[in-house]
Write a protein that binds this ligand. Structure first.
Ligand code: SAM
Length: 316
């Protein structure tokens, strides 16, 4: 337990999918004036350096967000255009970025005024960046070091009562904030799945959360790996949503084959995380068309072999 550190994975393809969905969901929920509470049950450290030791060691961001910011077509509109006129003309001839992808990159750019992505915002900073003064953010982080880092990072925002950082078990105690006084909430559940028992804990949490607050919006990230519990999770979440009479949306992004290969030297090569998904209960109705436009572009930009692809399954 607690060997997982998100700093090694920040900005990878799974973060890109997760945060793109998070931003698209929040943008819609924040159109209503009524206060919104966001509960982030597994918050991480909040902010990451992609030029630091952790990210450099894993190299995962290079196959994720850094592919997008290195792509000239992916430069947000607010950034001065670079390159020769011919290059610019060629860029303009190509399809424009899908709205949800452009918006994701705009948020990343907000944390990197000089361009690129040296700083990668985790879910707490992405959410706080979008929230209005009267909204609330509850952050759970159990890792002793990451919890301290998160507390220090959040303190710099001087956000006062808007943000609460809790060094508590997100599975065990985050439902205490449901329903919030305004009866509007988004819950992001993004565990590290270090233990296979965590899949069951996600389901237990969701059952309890839906009992307390059936109209909340819930977003669960999960890895797509050859493990029965991981395979079953979206199916069981869908059954839960259907039984509760709630709509759901399951989006997956695969960037490469999951096959373990053997190098000519005889060395076994594990592919690393090949795919992940986000399962939402009570998603905004705007989310599906946004993802239908953005996911083909993500596959094109982040795909590493011919197994790359996406699925979107909406129900209810
Ligand atoms: N949501 C973050 C983001 O998008 O930037 C990343 C979170 S990371 C995948 C999962 C985090 O959950 C890790 O920082 C880990 O220390 C923490 N964690 C593990 N078990 C936990 C628990 N039971 N309650 C709260 N946090 C936990």
């Amino acid at each position: 337990m607690f060997s997982y550190r998100h700093a090694f994975h920040a900005g990878n393809h799974a973060d890109v999918l997760k945060h793109l969905v998070l931003i698209a969901t929040l943008d819609h929920m924040l159109e209503k004036e009524t206060a919104l509470t966001v509960v982030d049950t597994h918050a991480g450290a909040g902010l990451y350096r992609l030029d630091g030791d952790y990210a450099g060691t894993s190299g995962e961001a290079a196959e994720g967000v850094l592919r997008l910011v290195a792509d000239p077509k992916a430069t947000p509109a607010s950034t001065p255009a670079a390159g020769a006129p011919a290059k610019k003309a060629a860029q303009e001839a190509e399809a424009p970025l899908a709205d949800a992808l452009a918006r994701y990159l705009e948020v990343i750019h907000d944390f990197n005024a000089k361009g690129g992505a040296r700083v990668y915002p985790g879910s707490p900073f992405i959410v706080q960046h979008l929230l209005r003064d009267h909204d609330r953010l509850k952050l759970f982080e159990l890792h002793p070091t990451d919890s301290r880092t998160l507390t220090a990072n959040i303190a710099q925002l001087e956000a006062g009562r808007q943000i609460a950082v809790l060094h508590e078990d997100g599975f065990g105690s985050a439902t205490k904030f449901l329903p919030p006084p305004s009866r509007r909430a988004l819950v992001l559940m993004d565990p590290s799945y270090e233990l296979k028992t965590e899949y069951g804990r996600v389901l237990d949490f969701m059952a309890e959360a839906l009992k307390r607050f059936a109209t909340g919006t819930y977003a669960v990230w999960y890895p797509i790996i050859p493990r029965p519990e991981a395979h079953d999770l979206p199916r069981r979440l869908k059954t839960m949503a259907t039984k509760a009479g709630k709509s759901s949306l399951n989006v997956t992004l695969t960037v490469k084959s999951s096959k373990i290969t053997t190098a000519p030297s005889g060395e076994t090569r594990r592919p690393g995380l090949p795919a992940s998904g986000m399962f939402l209960i009570n998603p905004p109705y705007t989310l599906k068309p946004l993802l239908e436009a953005a996911l083909p572009q993500l596959v094109q930009k982040l795909g590493q072999d011919r197994n790359a692809g996406f699925t979107i399954d909406a129900a209810g």
